[in-house]
Design a protein around this ligand. Structure first.
Ligand code: FAD
Length: 418
C-alpha cells in the first residue's frame, strides 16, 4: 500500500516546530540577516536546550536510551523508522522560519552526518555522544578547496601517516559552520584529504579534526548573498596532527581500499534530502506569504476552475504550490528509503536537484507577483529569494545532481558521463 500522509505523531511534531519557527525565528530573521557574522547567541542557547540529544539531520547522533520521551520529542521524531522523514519535516519547518538561523542551530550537522555515514561504531559513539550534553556545539564538513568544488575527486589537501598520527596540510573554503565548529569546545570539522594522490578517488578519506588542533586556522568568514546568519569559513591546515583513529572507518583497511571515499560520498545521500527539505521550507514561506497577501487583496485562488478560465495569478500560484509539492514528495521518498536502510543515492540527487530549482523559481515568482512590495526590505520575501539560491549550489549543484541521476538511470560510470 502507498501512503503519502504523515503519521499523527509527525503532524503533531510539525505543528509544534512551526510554532517555534513562527514565534522565535521570524521575529529575529531580519536582524541576523542585516547583522551578518553576529551570532544569535541567546536563541542558539535556547535551541540547544530544547534540541540537545536530538538530531535535526537524518543520520545524526544515536539517541541515548536514558532520554525521556519528552526530551526525544523536543525536536525530531522518536520513532527510529521515521527518523529521516521526521528530519525532513523538521528542517522544512525550521527553514520556513529562517534558513540561515536553521543552519546556525548548534548541532552535529554535516560533520555528524559524515561520521554516521562513514564512521565505525566506536567513532559514532566517540564523536556523537557529546551532542547530547554540555554546552552548544557544532560539527562541520570541509571538502571544497580553492582548486575545486564539484569535482570532489580533485582533493589536494594531504594526510600523511606519521606513526600513530595523521599530519594534514591544505586549504578548505566555504565550510558551513566551520568557524563555529572550531571556536567551540568539543566542536569538530570532518576534513576530506588524500593519503595518496596517485590513487585518485581511492586515496581520499574523511578525517575528524577537533576544535583545539594546533595548526588549524580559520582565515576568513564569507560575506554572502543569502543565509547570512550561517557562517561559511575558509580553513587552513598546516602540519595539523590528529590521532590515527580519527580517520572515519578502520585506518588499516582504509589505506588500502576505496572504502573511505565511498563512505564519505554516502554522507551526501543523507544530507541532500536535508538540503532539499530546507529549500522547500523557504519556498513554502514565500507561497504562504503570497497566499495571505492575495486574500487581503480579495483575490481568491479557484482551484476547481478549468485551466482556460483561470487568471494568470491563479495559474502561477497553483504552479508554485505544485512545484513545491513535487519536490516534497521526492524528498520524503529519499528520506523514507533511508529509514528502511535502502540505497537512496539516485533519489537523494533527484530531490536535491528538483527542490533547489523549485525554490529559486517559486521565490522569484513570489517577488514578481507582489511587485515593489516583494522587492522591499520591509518584508522578508526578498530575503527568502536570496536565501533560496544556495540550495541550488551546496551539497552538489543542480547540474551535478542531474548528472548523477542520469548516470544512475542510464547505468553510466562517472568516467563515462561527466
Ligand atoms: C554558502 C555556501 C556554503 C557551503 N558549504 C560547504 C560546506 O559546508 N562544505 C563544503 O565542502 N563545501 C561547501 N560549499 C561549497 C559548495 O559545495 C560548492 O560551491 C559547490 O559544490 C560548487 O562547487 P564550485 O563552487 O567549485 O563550483 P564549480 O564546480 O566550479 O561549478 C561552477 C558551475 O559549473 C557547473 N559544473 C561544474 N561541473 C560540471 C559538469 N561536469 N557538468 C555540468 N556542469 C558543471 C556547476 O553546476 C556550477 O553551475 C558551500 C558553498 C557555499 C556558497
Amino acid at each position: 500500500m502507498i501512503d503519502f500522509e504523515l503519521s499523527e505523531d509527525m503532524r503533531g511534531m510539525r505543528d509544534m516546530i512551526n510554532q517555534v519557527a513562527d514565534q522565535t525565528m521570524r521575529p529575529i530573521s531580519r536582524q541576523f540577516d542585516e547583522e551578518e557574522h553576529t551570532d544569535p547567541t541567546e536563541w542558539q542557547q535556547m535551541m540547544w536546550d530544547v534540541s540537545k540529544g536530538a538530531s535535526i539531520f537524518g543520520g545524526g547522533p544515536e539517541k541515548s536510551d536514558k532520554k525521556s520521551s519528552k526530551e526525544k520529542k523536543s525536536l525530531g521524531t522518536s520513532k527510529p523508522s521515521e527518523r529521516n522523514v521526521g528530519a525532513t519535516v523538521t528542517i522544512e519547518e525550521l527553514s520556513w522560519g529562517d534558513a540561515g538561523l536553521y543552519l546556525s542551530i548548534p548541532n552535529a550537522g554535516l560533520g555528524g552526518a559524515a561520521v554516521m555515514a562513514a564512521g565505525t561504531p566506536d567513532q559514532k559513539k566517540r564523536f556523537m555522544a557529546r551532542f547530547g550534553e554540555g554546552d552548544p556545539k557544532w560539527a562541520a564538513m570541509a571538502i571544497t578547496e580553492p582548486g575545486f568544488g564539484s569535482d570532489s575527486a580533485a582533493v589536494a589537501t594531504t594526510a600523511v601517516r606519521d606513526g600513530d598520527q595523521w599530519v594534514l596540510n591544505g586549504t578548505k573554503i566555504f565550510c558551513t559552520s566551520g568557524q563555529r565548529a572550531l571556536d567551540k569546545s568539543e566542536g569538530f570539522v570532518v576534513v576530506w584529504a588524500t593519503v595518496d594522490k596517485a590513487a585518485g578517488r581511492a586515496g581520499i578519506k574523511a578525517f575528524v579534526v577537533e576544535h583545539d588542533t594546533p595548526g588549524v586556522t580559520v582565515t576568513k568568514v564569507e560575506d554572502k548573498l543569502g543565509i547570512r546568519c550561517s557562517d561559511t569559513a575558509a580553513i587552513v591546515l598546516e602540519d595539523a596532527r590528529i590521532p590515527l583513529d580519527n580517520v572515519l572507518g578502520d585506518p588499516e583497511v582504509l589505506t588500502a581500499s576505496k572504502k573511505g571515499f565511498k563512505g564519505a560520498m554516502a554522507t551526501f545521500d543523507a544530507t541532500r534530502p536535508a538540503v532539499a527539505a530546507s529549500a522547500i521550507g523557504i519556498g513554502r514561506a514565500a507561497v504562504d506569504f503570497v497566499r495571505d497577501e492575495l486574500v487581503k487583496a480579495g483575490v481568491e485562488i479557484r482551484y476547481e476552475t478549468p485551466v482556460m478560465k483561470q487568471t494568470a495569478i491563479e495559474r502561477d500560484f497553483m504552479d508554485m504550490e505544485a512545484n513545491l509539492q513535487a519536490a516534497r514528495l521526492l524528498t520524503w521518498r529519499a528520506a523514507w528509503m533511508m529509514d528502511r536502510g535502502m540505497q537512496n543515492n539516485l533519489e537523494a540527487s533527484m530531490c536535491k536537484s528538483k527542490a533547489g530549482l523549485a525554490v529559486t523559481e517559486v521565490t522569484q515568482k513570489a517577488v514578481e507577483i507582489l511587485g515593489p512590495l516583494g522587492y522591499s526590505r520591509k518584508l522578508l520575501l526578498e530575503k527568502w529569494m536570496r536565501d533560496a539560491k544556495i540550495n541550488d549550489i551546496f551539497e552538489g549543484t543542480q547540474q551535478i545532481n542531474l548528472m548523477i541521476v542520469a548516470r544512475r538511470i542510464l547505468d553510466y560510470s562517472s568516467s563515462e558521463l561527466n
